[in-house]
Design a protein around this ligand. Structure first.
Ligand code: NAP
Length: 245
C-alpha cells in the first residue's frame, strides 16, 4: 500500500539515494531531487521500481527558491500532500579558514543551510494544512564538534541543528515532527573526493566501531524518524557515527 510521498533532496547519490530506496521499501513513493547527476537519479528510480514502488526524478538546485517551489508544487500536484521531507543535499569543502573566500562562504550557506530553509518553508504550508508531516534534516557530527579546515561546513551544519530544534517547537502543534541526523564518517563520494586513502584509514581507526559508516546506516536512521516508531520524537539530533563523537 502506498504510504504517501517522500521528497528526498540530493537523492541521486550517497546518503540521499540510500534514503530514497529505504523509504520506498517502507511504502513511500519518492520524489528524487537531483542537481547535476540525472543518470544516477534515474538509476535510483529504476531500483525503486524494482522494489515494487514508484516515484519521479526532479531537477532542482536546493539553493534556488524558485526551483524548490517548483519541486514542491510538482510533488503536491502528483500526490496531493507530502508525508516526509528529507533535507539531505549538501556540499563539503576542505580549506583553511583564512583561505575561505566570500563566494565559498555564500555557496556553503546557500546550499547546505539555505536548501533546508527553502524546502522546509516551501513544504510546510501543505503539511500544516493536513496537520501531519515528518521533516528529517541531515547535519553532521562536525555541526556539534567542529572540524579543522571545515569551518564554513561546520558552521552551517550547526545551523541545521539550531533550525531543527527551533522549527520542531514551532510546528509541533500542527502534528509535524522535525528531527536531525548527524552522520559521522560515511563512505560516499563526499568522503572519497575530500580525503586521500591514508586519511580515510585514519578516520576508520578513530571510529570506535572500527569501520566507516555506509549510506544505508544513515538511511535506516531516516527511516526510523519517518516511521511509526518515532511518533512521539521531535527536535532530536541522532548521531550515526559509530561512536566517533
Ligand atoms: P555526496 O555523495 O557527495 O552526494 C551529495 C548529494 O547532494 C548529491 O545527490 C548531489 O546531487 C546533491 N547536491 C549537492 N548540491 C546540490 C544542490 N545545490 N542542489 C541539489 N542537490 C545537490 O554526499 P553524501 O555523503 O551522500 O552527503 C549527503 C549529506 O550528508 C550532506 O548533507 C552531507 O553534508 C551529509 N554528511 C555526509 C557525511 C559523509 O561522511 N559522507 C558525514 C556527515 C554528513 P547531484 O550529484 O545531482 O548534483
Amino acid at each position: 500500500m502506498i504510504k504517501g510521498c517522500a521528497v528526498v533532496t540530493g537523492a541521486s547519490r550517497g546518503i540521499g539515494a540510500a534514503t530514497a530506496l529505504e523509504l520506498s521499501k517502507m511504502g513511500y513513493e519518492v520524489i528524487i531531487n537531483y542537481n547535476n547527476s540525472k543518470e544516477k537519479a534515474l538509476a535510483v528510480l529504476d531500483k525503486i521500481k524494482q522494489n515494487g514502488s514508484n516515484g519521479y526524478i526532479f531537477k532542482c538546485d536546493v539553493s534556488n527558491r524558485k526551483e524548490v517551489d517548483e519541486t514542491i508544487d510538482f510533488a503536491l500536484q502528483k500526490y496531493g500532500r507530502i508525508a516526509v521531507l528529507v533535507n539531505n543535499a549538501g556540499i563539503a569543502q576542505q580549506k583553511l579558514f583564512t583561505d575561505i573566500t566570500a563566494d565559498d562562504w555564500s555557496r556553503m550557506v546557500n546550499v547546505n543551510l539555505g536548501g533546508v530553509f527553502n524546502f522546509c518553508q516551501s513544504a510546510l504550508p501543505s503539511m500544516i494544512h493536513f496537520k501531519s508531516g515528518r521533516i528529517i534534516n541531515i547535519s553532521s557530527i562536525w555541526g556539534s564538534e567542529g572540524a579543522s579546515c571545515e569551518v564554513h561546513y561546520s558552521a552551517v551544519k550547526a545551523g541545521i541543528i539550531g533550525l531543527t530544534k527551533a522549527l520542531s517547537k514551532e510546528v509541533a502543534p500542527s502534528g509535524i515532527t522535525v528531527n536531525c541526523i548527524a552522520p559521522g564518517c560515511i563512505m560516499t563520494d563526499m568522503l572519497t573526493h575530500d580525503f586521500d586513502e591514508n586519511t580515510i584509514n585514519e578516520l576508520k581507526e578513530e571510529t570506535p566501531l572500527g569501520r566507516l559508516g555506509t549510506a544505508e546506516d544513515v538511511a535506516k536512521a531516516a527511516a526510523f524518524f519517518a516511521g511509526d516508531s518515532a511518533n512521539f520524537i521531535t527536535g532530536q539530533v541522532l548521531g550515526v557515527d559509530g561512536g566517533f563523537r
